[in-house]
Ligand binder design. Structure first.
Ligand code: GLV
Ligand code: MN
Ligand code: MN
Length: 389
């Protein structure tokens, strides 16, 4: 069994829901702790030193980036969306370890690190790429500490319970100074590589994207005895908002999704008193995305509350071109967000590789990459290490 296959098999059961077959790997939970321990174990098996940063991201280093850095860093994340697939995140970390296994480490000219970013999906506390946003200063530490999950547990409490002190959250100059170049490998979340007939591609840019909350308020009442004319039902505002998201996105050439709801009291025979909905909107043009959000707010009858916004991110052109030339790989844009985008916006030389996904489906148990394509990704990362370190 190759090291890739062994690692993949070890991760396979962790956080998998037996009903849906999808993964529920949320930041700072027990499952997350198992994944972080797995990462530490793989690092120690290879003699790599694991250095956590102020946000709890883990960095496994070959060599000493403080003395001989900055280094080349590979890696991704291990957390998932609700009922996510096996590949989004873990593929980048497993491939990075497997690539490091293939190179002659004594011949490397600079330190090589493997990063495990904390809370990339924002599934529990709402802010995607929280770990990379915190260390780059893109997320205010006080705001981060006070974010809460569905059960009212704050990020600070969850971090403390998992053994990471939230008092030190904030921009981490030391961690950033160790990173000369970051290359994240990721399963493609679309069909660009299928169309291009290539197993591996290079990222060009990430669309501007954001998350907004719609707070819809009404009046709880009896579903059987309240006349239609007497109702104040926020579910109707939600319905208008969902339909507006679709039609407005079509008109503006963007995408828009309402994928998460909270309904109070959430009873089948009660008119809701409150509906909270989250809108995710993305597109190549930031102004068009903003127009969609405004139109959805108008349809919903409330001003959308912006929870996060990530402007258009272009990866480093010289690195992008070098990766594409070295790997003879096509270049493509994506609508998905990544820690690599956050680091790139913070001024770190950053690039991404994508591995073909035959259906393009992602954030779903059906997400997939063929074993041969995964190995092509490991080959590509191996060549990246050889070329850049
Ligand atoms: C992260 O996967 C995102 O694009 O939401
Ligand atoms: Mn994802
Ligand atoms: Mn991801």
């Amino acid at each position: 069994m190759s090291s890739f296959e062994r690692m993949w098999a070890d991760l396979e059961p962790v956080g998998r829901d037996s009903g849906s077959g999808g993964y529920r790997r949320y930041a700072w939970t027990g499952t997350d702790g198992v994944l972080r321990e797995w990462f530490r174990g793989e690092a120690s098996r290879r003699g790599l030193e694991v250095v956590p940063d102020r946000a709890g991201n883990l960095w496994a280093w070959h060599g000493d980036p403080d003395a001989d850095g900055p280094g080349l860093v590979l890696g991704s994340h291990l957390d998932s969306v609700p009922d996510g697939g096996a590949f989004d995140g873990p593929l980048g970390i497993v491939s990075a370890f497997a690539a490091l296994d293939r190179v002659d480490r004594s011949a490397l000219s600079r330190p090589v690190g493997i990063a495990c970013f904390a809370d990339e999906e924002g599934a529990r506390f709402g802010i995607a790429c929280a770990g990379s946003r915190l260390i780059t200063g893109a997320l205010d530490p006080d705001r981060a500490r006070s974010l809460t999950d569905e059960d009212g547990v704050s990020l600070a409490e969850a971090m403390s319970a998992a053994g990471h002190d939230p008092a030190h959250l904030g921009r981490d100059e030391e961690a950033l100074a160790r990173v000369g170049t970051f290359v994240e490998l990721h399963v493609e979340q679309g069909r660009g590589l299928v169309d291009a007939g290539a197993a591996v591609g290079v990222a060009d840019s990430i669309w501007p994207h954001g998350r907004w909350r719609l707070d819809l308020r009404g009046r709880a009442d009896h579903a059987g005895t309240t006349r239609l004319a007497d109702r104040d039902d926020p579910m109707l505002n939600l319905a208008a908002a969902v339909l507006a998201a679709r039609s407005s996105a079509e008109r503006h050439g963007t995408v828009a999704t309402v994928g998460k709801l909270r309904v109070l009291p959430n009873g089948v025979n009660a008119i809701p008193s409150e509906v909270t909905a989250w809108l995710d909107a993305r597109g190549a043009d930031a102004d068009e995305v903003r127009s969609v959000v405004a139109e959805v707010g108008k349809a919903a009858g409330t001003a959308p509350v912006e929870e996060s916004w990530t402007p258009s991110t272009a990866f480093y052109v010289a690195l992008r071109d070098r990766l594409a030339e070295t790997l003879d790989a096509p270049v493509l844009a994506t609508g998905a967000g990544h820690d690599a985008g956050i680091l790139s916006s913070a001024g770190i030389e950053t690039g991404m590789l994508f591995v073909r996904n035959p259906t393009g489906v992602s954030h779903s148990p059906a997400e997939h990459a063929e074993p041969d394509d995964c190995l092509a990704g490991v080959d590509a990362l191996t060549r990246v290490i050889e070329a850049l370190a």
